[in-house]
Write a protein that binds this ligand. Structure first.
Ligand code: COA
Length: 257
């Protein structure tokens, strides 16, 4: 378990559970949190005792996405940054990842799901990819993965408008597998994780590699291209205005751009 980074990591019956655990900030993700989870995933991939990873949040929240102050501190974008290491780790993880999602699942809180294998969401989950609202662009290869899953028009609607959507819409878009009640989403996800953990591990890894195989290279290239554009945008005036407005809880003014 990490000592100061607000992540809870436990292992039970060959399932490693990783929980974002910064509830006072809606589990907004800092570079430390990305780094700790990237390290945990890399260790889990190399550990024969771990068969499956389950990723979740806290009682009322999956994650409100990247920490807004972190955007302003320029701590995103370059390839060595922990967020990039996290995105690489989820894209290349060889064993099954199950997610249990509830409450806000914003920004990377939605786009990380596109890399997971089975996602169970509480019926109250609120998803959004508000990149354009923040003067940013898609990340985590979502500009490639989402149109493939949801079709171009639905992907364009979700990315360009950046509005909230519910679990039913997420299911229709193929972003999640199942919807359960607020009481059930976590036990359902655990049941799936335990089922997977009991299966022959090599067979699971080979099957996942075959499912992901043809897109792995494109996903990596896409993340790199997105990362370069994201880095430019996050330092630009539109993002500065949008992020400052979000933090100051006021409407942004894009009329001058
Ligand atoms: N980064 C940093 N802090 C965040 C955050 C984020 N992404 N999301 C929420 N927080 C903080 C709030 O600033 C607040 O902190 P405070 O109590 O010190 O003021 C605390 O978490 C609770 O958030 P609050 O907005 O009061 O809760 P809410 O239930 O009304 O709304 C959200 C929850 C998640 C809908 C809302 O906080 C939100 O929209 N956050 C921004 C999400 C975002 O744009 N993420 C970036 C995606 S690219």
């Amino acid at each position: 378990m990490s000592q100061q980074v607000p992540i809870t990591i436990t292992t039970d019956n060959k399932v490693m559970s990783i929980a974002w655990n910064r509830p006072d900030k809606k589990n907004a993700l800092t570079q430390d949190m990305y780094g700790a989870v990237a390290d945990a995933l890399n260790a889990a991939d190399a550990d024969n005792g771990i068969r499956v990873v389950l990723i979740t949040g806290t009682k009322d929240c999956f994650t409100a996405g990247n920490d807004l102050a972190g955007f302003l501190n320029n701590s995103v974008g370059d390839e060595a940054a922990p967020v990039s290491q996290f995105m690489k780790a989820i894209a290349s993880f060889k064993k099954p990842i199950v997610a249990a999602v509830n409450g806000p699942a914003i920004g990377i809180g939605t786009t990380m799901l596109l890399h997971f294998d089975i996602v169970v969401a509480a019926d109250s989950t609120v998803f959004s990819m508000p990149f354009t609202n923040l003067g940013l662009c898609p990340e985590a290869a979502s500009s490639f993965l989402l149109p493939r899953l949801a079709g171009y028009q639905r992907a364009a609607e979700l990315i360009l408008l950046g509005e909230k959507f519910d679990a039913q819409q997420a299911k229709e878009c193929g972003i999640i597998n199942q919807i359960a009640s607020a009481d059930e989403y976590l036990p359902v996800a655990w049941e799936i994780a335990n089922k997977l953990a009991a299966k022959p591990p090599t067979s699971l890894r080979v099957s996942k590699a075959l499912l992901k195989g043809q897109q792995a290279e494109v996903v990596e290239e896409c993340m790199q291209a997105e990362g370069e554009l994201f880095t430019q945008l996050v330092q630009g005036p539109e993002a500065r205005e949008a992020i400052a407005a979000a933090m100051e809880r006021r409407e942004p003014d894009f009329s001058k751009f």
